[in-house]
Design a protein around this ligand. Structure first.
Ligand SMILES: C[S@@+](CC[C@H](N)C(=O)[O-])C[C@H]1O[C@@H](n2cnc3c(N)ncnc32)[C@H](O)[C@@H]1O
Length: 428
């Protein structure tokens, strides 16, 4: 294997050309840390698959590859372990109709603005430090919105709406989408926190929160997003763990994989969305949080007893990195070894579902852990070559200037080296 980034790559040119095309508005439905830029799936779906083919993403997140698959008349299958992310991706790919949403919007806003719901303590969801994160009136307004959605879609009123659950999910996910904006947390930060900037704005009386108006604007705007595809293709997202999911029924059915796996450590995807997950009741107690955190690839919330024994992989080069780290920091060594042991299982699943000649396009960065660079993409490619893949192409993709805030976040929180690799494997 010659893992040298190819500066003259034809695929790099294809991607660069795709980047100037406009992206569909649906990608802006909900913020999500670690989103792919849509040009990556768009470029390679066009290059490596045909209409009607099945595209797969084992870490489907908020569904960027899913949306681009439908946009290009391909079917999509994804796996995601975070139930909120799964729901966001589903809502973005449901075949909802702009006109129906607009009609429902009017009814819903009428209910919200004319409500006389009684609010009890049992209506408040479990949110750790709830009063720290949300003002009293915001909490009450959010509960009124929730009650209004449930009222609109209850058995007496909602039954004549075709695909009632899907429309209801649209409203729930829009609540999720505006939640950070109506909370006390700084919207500029990746992780929720009440910054100096927010305190200053608050003291200067510059924070004006109007929950109902924010929600109304958000549902109107999102109604217009449902015009990006009209094909018979479908997206299916499984709530599962990619390391253990049983994909035997998809054996050989996938034409192309486009994915960006989690980083080796330090990016706590659920932490970035915890307010939304509390409010939408995907996390209902502190145990829920830690159970989910432990299932995530790259989890770094390890207790001492969990890293007493460090396991090795079948690959000398990966083991060298683990052993080198073990001498300096056992916990980090454990995180690295768990990452590669888990990713091997995902790669086995990728190999199982992919057709011969099919491509897997992976966006990944090197990581820096305790000042040591871990060449994640190269090491993953060593594993892939043991599971029926060959390296087809690899090139560097410069992070665009628009994602500066993300860049800062990546450096501050996860110490990730800012070179993104695009790696393409071919199934042999
Ligand atoms: C870099 S993000 C993918 C973002 C996605 N491409 C998008 O555009 O929104 C990685 C995703 O992997 C998910 N994940 C982590 N561990 C997982 C596992 N064991 N099985 C399935 N998904 C997992 C995380 O929840 C996260 O959504």
């Amino acid at each position: 294997m010659d893992f040298q980034p190819n500066n003259k790559s034809k695929n790099k040119k294809i991607l660069d050309k795709e980047k100037v095309n406009p992206r569909v508005a649906m990608h802006s439905f909900h913020r999500y840390y670690g989103k792919l830029i849509p040009a990556i799936p768009a470029a390679f779906i066009k290059e490596f698959s045909s209409e009607g083919d099945l595209i797969f993403d084992p870490f489907s997140g908020s569904g960027t590859t899913a949306v681009e698959s439908l946009k290009h008349n391909r079917n999509f299958m994804g796996i995601e372990i975070n139930p909120l992310a799964k729901k966001i991706a589903e809502v973005k790919t449901y075949p909802l109709r702009n006109k129906i949403i607009s009609e429902l919007n009017e009814k819903l806003m009428y209910i919200i603005r004319n409500n006389d719901f009684e609010i009890n303590e049992s209506d408040f969801p479990y949110v750790q430090n709830r009063d720290h994160w949300f003002k009293d009136f915001v909490q009450r307004d959010l509960i009124i919105i929730k009650k209004s959605i449930d009222y609109l879609f209850d058995d007496d009123r909602g039954n004549e709406i075709v695909n009632k659950e899907q429309y209801r999910d649209f409203y729930y996910m829009t609540v999720s989408a505006i939640l950070r904006n109506v909370s006390n947390a700084d919207t500029m930060h990746v992780f929720p926190g009440i910054s100096k900037r927010m305190r200053r704005l608050e003291a200067e009386g510059k924070i004006h929160i109007d929950v109902f108006s924010s929600f109304e604007r958000a549902i109107k705007k999102r109604a217009s997003y449902y015009n990006y595809y009209n094909s018979k293709c479908k997206a299916k997202i499984l709530l599962d763990d990619s390391t253990t999911a049983n994909l035997s029924k998809y054996k050989g059915k996938v034409k192309l994989i486009v994915t960006n796996p989690p980083y080796i450590s330090s990016v706590r995807y659920i932490e970035t969305l915890k307010l939304e997950m509390y409010w939408l009741e995907y996390i209902t107690c502190s145990e829920d949080y830690s159970i989910l955190a432990h299932k995530m690839l790259g989890n770094d919330r390890l207790q001492k007893k969990e890293y007493e024994t460090v396991n090795y992989t079948p690959y000398a080069e990966i083991n060298n990195a683990i052993k080198d780290m073990e001498q300096r920091d056992k916990k980090s060594a454990k995180i690295i070894s768990e990452f590669f042991l888990s990713i091997e299982k995902v790669i086995e699943n990728m190999s199982l579902v992919l057709q011969k000649g099919g491509k897997a396009v992976i966006k990944i960065s090197d990581s820096k852990i305790k000042k040591t660079k871990i060449e994640t993409g190269k090491l993953m490619t060593i594993i892939a070559e043991n599971h029926g893949f060959k390296l087809y192409d690899v090139f560097l993709d410069k992070i665009n200037d628009n994602s500066r805030s993300l860049l800062t976040a990546r450096n501050t929180y996860s110490d990730i080296i800012t070179n993104d690799y695009i790696i393409i494997w071919e199934k042999i």
